[in-house]
Design a protein around this ligand. Structure first.
Ligand code: FAD
Ligand code: DLZ
Ligand code: SF4
Length: 508
């Protein structure tokens, strides 16, 4: 009887993960390993590391309770080699197992490493496809084949048809694929805010918190209060809470931002979903059920489903299609260093201080804060996209390269030259003022276009366009903005350049 080693990575904590298929509970051994390599390949937020380790420990305990033989290596195990490869090798040596079975890694770095394992170990290493995604690699390749443009909206429609989610026969529910025109309302401070449920750390999570405080004290972010759930049951409660309390308003306030309200009507489930504590198909089906039962409107449910069935699956396809060099793309030739306040959250720009401050305390910011505040600023200021990418990968509890990199390099920084987005997500202060209440408490004045008190987004926006005319001038979607720029007087354009360069020089 051959005994196999089944490796489960920290973001593969799903009971139906491919590596556990056909497990022989009497003989096979499941390995989970906390290793310094994974905790430090970028300097992850302390909460992210604690969440990964605590969820791994909880999953191992669940497997053991179900009768599975588990080898769990803690970070402070004196024998720990601190790499996944080293821990697989050590398990093979110690246990005399004849084969390794693993689910494909979620990123190029580890996937490339796994390709070396079979030769290094001298036993077969079976790498299985990750079946948790709704769109397989083959399906995405098939969709992308021969297309000039890979627009998410068309991918999403095929995913709807393929899966039957929110479909009435072969037609989209409600007769339209997309209800965004009804979304995007600014929120008001007196609305009821359904904050996500908070979970008390159990004894094992407490011990992880001590470990992380001792080993990663110099990493970014506040470790406590630590309120993330770390089990499938807790993640399920968080999802249920969202479906009942927030989903009905999700569409309306999807793009809104409010001072002191980090979560609004967002689901706060990405960290659970990305490590396997929730399942994408199940979430979409449950959201659709809320619509079919008349408990949530279609604009909200369609908007939410589009994020998971559309964007999430689409960015994964792009990540694997574009290869490991994607993170090094820099179509706009941006070279400025990431300003220090991305780590300290100390800036007089109220919108940036809010997004960065909650990133530090919660390891969370919602999509519009990532895209239209911190991402927009980096884009306008011409920050090196690789540094921006490393920052996003480090600071969010949900950050894994397959999902983070296309969002940062492609959607937010336009560094892939428009593969993912048809135009840069660049905006002046007026957008932030319209969608938030940040500006009223800001040291800068959003109505001023020039001078020391003017909102920096205002002149940086025009300066960004002027600097990038060669790369963007022929883009029909921003042609009207270039026309406006061209109608400005020479003095006004010189003023923009002066204000921008004074501000940008002070950044460094
Ligand atoms: P909700 O707003 O409630 O959305 C529901 C779910 O849809 C999310 O949980 C998520 O799974 C999915 N989703 C929504 N938008 C996207 C998107 N653009 N791409 C992929 N999935 C999406 N998401 C991550 O999961 N990990 C990341 O590392 C990450 N990095 C990002 C970096 C940048 C620069 C930007 C602009 C976006 C990034 N996103 C990332 C996408 C999005 O911001 C987060 O998924 C979302 O904010 C998570 O919060 P939520 O669970 O409350 O989401
Ligand atoms: C994020 C993370 C962290 C912090 N630590 C570990 C770990 O110690 N062991 C492990 O197996 N996985 C960890 N992870 C998740 C991995 O980084 C993730 O599986 C890879 O980045 C592939 O997506
Ligand atoms: Fe942000 Fe400008 Fe508004 Fe200040 S004035 S909060 S910098 S958009």
């Amino acid at each position: 009887m051959s005994k196999t080693l089944r490796l489960i990575l920290g973001d593969q904590l799903s009971p139906r993960i491919a590596a556990l298929r056909d497990l022989d509970e009497q003989n096979d051994v499941v390995l989970l390993a906390e290793v310094a390599d994974e905790a430090t390949y970028v300097r992850h937020h302390k909460k992210k590391i604690a969440f990964a380790f605590a969820a791994m420990r909880a999953f191992a305990a669940k497997l053991r309770a179900d009768g599975v033989i588990v080898r769990y290596v803690k970070l402070d195990d004196p024998e720990n080699t601190n790499t996944l490869k080293g821990e697989v090798q050590r398990a093979l040596n110690d246990l005399g197992l004849s084969e390794v079975i693993v689910t494909e890694a979620g990123e190029h770095r580890l996937a490339a490493d796994m390709e070396t394992w079979e030769a290094a170990f001298g036993v077969p290493v079976e790498i299985r496809q990750d079946t948790r995604f709704i769109c397989s690699h083959a399906r995405f390749k098939d969709w992308a084949q021969g297309r000039k443009q890979l627009r998410m909206e068309y991918f999403y429609r095929e995913m709807r048809s393929d899966s039957g989610i929110l479909m009435d026969g072969d037609q989209p529910a409600g007769g339209r694929w997309n209800f965004d025109a009804e979304n995007r309302k600014p929120a008001k401070a007196d609305l009821f805010m359904p904050r996500p449920p908070r979970f008390e750390p159990d004894a094992e999570t407490q011990s992880v918190l001590h470990l992380v405080e001792a080993r990663f004290a110099d990493h970014f972010g506040d470790l406590t209060p630590f309120w993330f759930g770390v089990t499938h049951d807790a993640a399920e409660r968080a999802l249920e809470h969202f479906l009942k309390e927030a989903l009905p308003n999700f569409g309306d306030y999807q793009d809104a931002m409010l001072e002191g309200e980090p979560f609004l009507y967002h689901s706060i489930i990405s960290m659970y979903l990305n490590v396997g504590l929730l399942d994408a198909r199940d979430i979409c089906a449950r959201a659709e059920h809320e619509y079919r039962q008349g408990r949530a409107p279609l604009n909200a449910v369609e908007g939410f489903v589009r994020q998971i069935l559309g964007w999430r699956e689409y960015v994964r396809g792009i990540y694997w299609r574009e290869g490991p060099d994607y993170v090094r793309r820099n179509a706009l030739g941006a070279t400025r260093n990431l300003p220090w306040f991305y780590w300290s959250a100390e800036t007089e720009m109220a919108c940036m201080a809010a997004a960065l401050g909650q990133t530090k305390t919660e390891a969370y910011a919602h999509h519009i804060q990532r895209l239209m505040v911190t991402g927009n600023f980096a884009l306008l200021a011409g920050i090196d996209p690789f540094q921006v990418h490393e920052w996003y990968l480090a600071v969010y509890a949900d950050a894994y390269e397959w999902v983070e990199a296309p969002n940062t390099i492609g959607m937010s920084q336009f560094a892939d030259g428009g593969l993912l987005a048809s135009k840069p997500y660049a905006a002046s202060g007026a957008y932030i003022d319209r969608m938030s209440d940040y500006c009223k408490g800001c040291a800068y004045d959003v109505k001023l276009k020039s001078g020391a008190k003017a909102c920096p987004f205002n002149y940086l926006y025009w300066d960004f366009l002027a600097r990038n005319r060669a790369a963007l001038g022929s883009n029909p979607r921003i042609a009207p903005m270039f026309k406006t720029l061209d109608r400005m007087s020479d003095e006004r354009r010189a003023e923009i350049e002066r204000d921008a360069s004074t501000f940008l020089e002070a950044l460094t």
